[in-house]
Design a protein around this ligand. Structure first.
Ligand code: EPU
Length: 420
C-alpha cells in the first residue's frame, strides 16, 4: 500500500493547474448511457474513481477510448448488460448513478446497494423512491436494487426532504427520457449538478431551472451525441488554496473558476488571506502571516461545502484563536480529527461540532487516511508539521486528487510517495 512522506515547513509558492471535477465527470460518464451516439468528454481528470466508472461502463458493453490524456470517447450503443456488481459499487458509491440512465434507456437495471461508508450511513432511498414515483417497479433483494419499467418512465412531481446531490442527478437523468414533464423540488444546486444538466442539454435534453431549487425536465424520445468539457474541480481548487494559506505561501490556481467556490474564498479571506481572481484563475497570498481561526458550518451549495470541512479543520489546528466547525450534511465526517490529534492538534468533539484551538506547530506522526477529504486534511497537516509525517492508506486520496504529490512538489512542498 502506498504512503505519503511529507516534511513540513515550506511555504507553497507558484502556479498549479486544476483538473476537471471528479463529482461532475462521474455523473457525466454515467449520463453517456442515455444515448447510442458517440460522446466526447474533455478535461477528464486521471483519478481512480474515473477508472472505476469506466470499468463499470465497459463491463456493460460500452466502448471507451482514451485520447490525448484528458479526453474520453464513450459509445454506449451496444450496452447489453444493465448490471453494476458489488465489487465495483463498494469501492465507489457514485456507481449508483448508472441506475437512472439504465432504467430510462433499457427499461431495466440491477445495481448493487452501495452500503455504508466512513463518513456515515449514506442511504439511497431518495433515488429508489423517486424512480418508483416515475413508474418503476423496484425491489431490493440480496444486496441488489432490481428495477424495471414497462415502456418509458413517466414524468412525475418529485420532492426531496433533504437536498441530495447524486439523488438529484440520478432522477434528472432518468427524467430526460421519460414520457412527460418531471419536476424536482428541493433539488441540489451544486455546480456539478448544473454541469450535468448542461451536458445533457448539449445532447438534446430539455432541462430548465438547474442551479435553482426547482428543476423542470421535459422528457424527449432520444438523445444524440456531442462534445462536452467538464467543469473545474472546486474542491481540488480549495484544497490547494488552503495549503497555501496554512504554509504562509502565495499560489495561483489556474484553469478554475472563482464563482464555484465563493463560500470557501470568503472563509479564506476571513482567515486573513488576500484573494484576487480572474476569469480562470485565483491567487491567494498569505506570505508572512499566520491564519486566523474561522467558524464553519457546512451546508448544501451555495453554503460552505462539506467536502472542504476537513481541510479547514487542518487550517484551524495551526491558526490563531479558536474555530468552531459544525457538520450538517453527513453524520460522521470527523474521522480526521482523531488523526490530527495524533499530530498534536487541540480538538474537542461534541456530536456534530468540533472546537479547535490553534497551536503554533503540529508535530509529525504516522497517520491513517480514512476517506478522501480526510486524507487531504492529513496531507495539509503534514505540510506544516515539524518533522516527517507518514500518511498511510493514500489510495483514498488517489480517488479524488490527480497527481497530488507532483502538483504539491511543483509548488515547493517536500512530499514523496513510497510503497510499503
Ligand atoms: N441522503 C439520504 N437518502 C438518500 C440520499 C442522501 O438520506 O437517498 C442523505 C445522506 O445520507 C446525507 C445527505 O442526504 O446525509 C446528503 O447526501 P447527498 O446525497 O447529497 O450525497 P451524495 O450525493 O452521496 C455527493 C458527493 C459527495 C459530497 C456530497 C454532498 C458525488 C459523487 N459525491 O454525495 O462527495 O460530499 O454530495 O455535497 O457527487 C467527495 O467528493 O469526497 C464526496 C463525498
Amino acid at each position: 500500500m502506498d504512503k505519503h512522506l511529507i516534511t513540513g515547513g515550506v511555504p507553497l509558492l507558484g502556479e498549479v493547474r486544476i483538473s476537471g471535477a471528479k463529482n461532475s465527470v462521474l455523473p457525466i460518464l454515467a449520463g453517456c448511457l442515455l444515448t447510442d451516439d458517440p460522446v466526447i468528454i474533455k478535461n477528464v481528470p486521471h483519478l481512480n474513481d474515473v477508472t472505476t466508472i469506466m470499468k463499470l461502463l465497459g463491463q456493460m458493453g460500452a466502448n471507451l477510448t482514451i485520447s490525448e490524456g484528458l479526453t474520453i470517447e464513450v459509445e454506449a450503443g451496444h450496452v447489453n448488460v444493465p448490471y453494476a456488481p458489488y465489487e465495483l459499487v463498494r469501492t465507489m458509491r457514485a456507481s449508483i448513478l448508472v441506475l437512472g440512465p439504465l432504467l430510462a434507456k433499457h427499461g431495466q437495471a440491477k445495481v448493487s446497494l452501495p452500503g455504508g461508508c466512513a463518513i456515515g450511513p449514506r442511504p439511497v432511498d431518495f433515488h429508489v423512491e423517486g424512480l418508483r414515483q416515475m413508474g418503476a417497479d423496484i425491489s431490493v433483494d440480496g444486496g441488489y436494487i432490481q428495477a424495471s419499467v414497462q415502456g418509458r418512465l413517466k414524468g412525475a412531481n418529485l420532492k426531496f426532504d433533504i437536498v441530495s446531490v447524486t439523488g438529484t442527478e440520478n432522477l434528472m437523468m432518468a427524467a430526460v427520457l421519460a414520457d412527460g414533464v418531471t419536476t424536482i423540488e428541493n433539488a441540489a444546486c451544486e455546480p456539478e449538478v448544473q454541469d450535468l444538466a448542461n451536458f445533457l442539454n448539449c445532447l438534446g435534453a430539455k432541462i430548465e431551472g438547474h442551479g435553482t431549487k426547482t428543476i423542470v425536465i421535459e422528457g424527449v424520445k432520444s438523445l444524440k451525441g456531442g462534445t462536452y468539457t467538464v467543469l473545474p474541480d472546486r474542491v481540488e481548487t480549495g484544497t490547494y488554496l488552503v495549503a497555501a494559506a496554512m504554509t504562509g505561501g502565495r499560489i495561483t490556481t489556474k484553469s478554475t473558476r472563482a464563482n464555484i467556490l465563493e463560500a470557501v474564498l470568503h472563509k479564506l479571506e476571513e482567515a486573513g488571506a488576500e484573494i484576487s481572481t480572474g476569469e480562470d484563475w485565483i491567487t491567494l497570498d498569505m506570505r508572512g502571516r499566520r491564519p486566523k481561526a474561522v467558524d464553519i458550518c457546512t451546508a448544501p451549495f451555495p453554503g460552505f461545502p462539506t467536502d472542504m470541512q476537513a481541510q479547514f479543520m487542518a487550517l484551524n489546528t495551526v491558526s490563531e484563536g479558536v474555530g468552531v466547525m459544525t457538520e450538517t450534511v453527513f453524520e460522521n465526517r470527523f474521522m480526521h480529527a482523531h488523526e490530527l490529534r495524533r499530530m498534536g492538534a487541540n480538538i474537542q468533539l461534541n456530536g456534530n461540532t468540533a472546537q479547535i484551538e490553534g497551536i503554533p506547530h503540529l508535530t509529525a506522526a504516522p497517520v491513517m487516511a480514512t476517506d478522501l477529504r480526510a486524507s487531504a486534511s492529513l496531507v495539509l497537516a503534514g505540510l506544516v508539521a515539524q518533522g516527517t509525517t507518514i500518511v498511510d492508506r493514500i489510495y483514498h486520496i488517489d480517488r479524488g486528487y490527480e497527481c497530488i504529490e507532483e502538483k504539491l512538489a511543483q509548488l515547493g512542498a517536500n512530499i514523496k510517495r513510497v510503497q510499503s
